[in-house]
Ligand binder design. Structure first.
Ligand SMILES: Nc1ncnc2c1ncn2[C@@H]1O[C@H](COP(=O)(O)OP(=O)(O)O)[C@@H](O)[C@H]1O
Ligand SMILES: [Mg+2]
Length: 255
């Protein structure tokens, strides 16, 4: 049974239709890229999958292993192993990074007998430290407030670091490469590769083929325009888009 299925999804924000019949199927172990012009609905799709209250599902369905998750609050969707790395991570002053991440980990994993449990803060920090190293952040970040004062690049590294810590079944990464220099793009791609090794499914939303070239696996590339998938293909489609833009598909590059 398909792990994650988005079926003829229609989503509106403040009464305006943004997604207009979007279909997508993602299995564990598959890597998908979603590309498309600005404003086409890519982040809306990501937010709708996680149940952001501003995004109203008008019709269609989102299913995990054949069961609709539309009635579930965000935390229960996360417990099914769905992770969202934000396009614009929010700074949350007063929420300690280490505290936040350990609570998230424990909450997600306490009922899962197959997962390690870290009983002490020290053990947890050792586990997190490996993942900080993987993305090139030092451990002083754990002593800071969540995203507060992080540079753009540090926020992006931090999102994929959280993904490695939480080990989702399906990770949705919304422009994990935006605003990053080449070295940071590589570090982020390598973190994604680590997750791919665990057998997770990954959806990378991006404008650029660059990050996709560093991935050890890329099964499907989808182009979203005006709230729908208008074309799907393999890796070569991402290269074609990078070279030619979106014009040849009959859609504009930007709104
Ligand atoms: N919170 C919001 N309130 C109002 N309009 C929104 C909101 N989020 C997105 N939109 C609108 O929905 C459309 C799709 O946005 P988005 O999903 O962010 O596109 P993409 O991620 O593909 O660039 C845009 O026209 C955008 O202005
Ligand atoms: Mg977006």
């Amino acid at each position: 049974m398909t792990f994650l299925e988005v079926k003829d999804l229609h989503v509106s924000i403040d009464g305006k239709e943004i997604l207009s019949g979007l279909n997508l199927k993602v299995e564990k172990g598959e890597v998908h890229a979603i590309m498309g012009p600005n404003g086409s609905g890519k982040s809306t799709l990501a937010n709708a999958i996680l149940g952001h209250p501003k995004y109203n599902v008008e019709s269609g369905d989102i299913l995990v292993k054949g069961e609709s998750i539309l009635d579930l609050p965000t935390d229960q969707r996360a417990r099914k192993g769905i992770f969202l790395g934000f396009q614009y991570p929010t700074e949350i002053s007063g929420v300690g990074y280490s505290h936040f991440l350990r609570n998230a980990y424990n909450t997600l994993n306490k009922e899962d007998k197959t997962r390690e449990v870290f009983l002490t803060v020290r053990e947890f920090h050792e586990y997190v430290k490996k993942n900080l190293d993987a993305v090139g952040l030092d451990k002083s970040f754990l002593g800071r407030y969540l995203n507060e004062g992080f540079s753009g690049g540090e926020k992006k590294r931090s999102e994929v670091m959280q993904m490695l810590v939480l080990k989702p079944n399906i990770a949705i990464l919304d422009e994990p490469d935006s605003g990053l220099d080449i070295d940071a793009v590589k570090a982020v791609a390598e973190a994604i590769n680590k997750l791919i090794e665990t057998g997770a499914g990954v959806i990378v939303i991006t404008h650029y083929a660059r990050i996709l070239r560093y991935l050890t696996k890329l099964d499907h590339v989808h182009v979203v325009a005006k709230g729908k998938v208008i074309k799907s293909g393999g890796k070569e489609l991402s290269e074609e888009l990078e070279a030619k833009g979106y014009g040849w598909l009959g859609i504009e590059d930007d709104k």
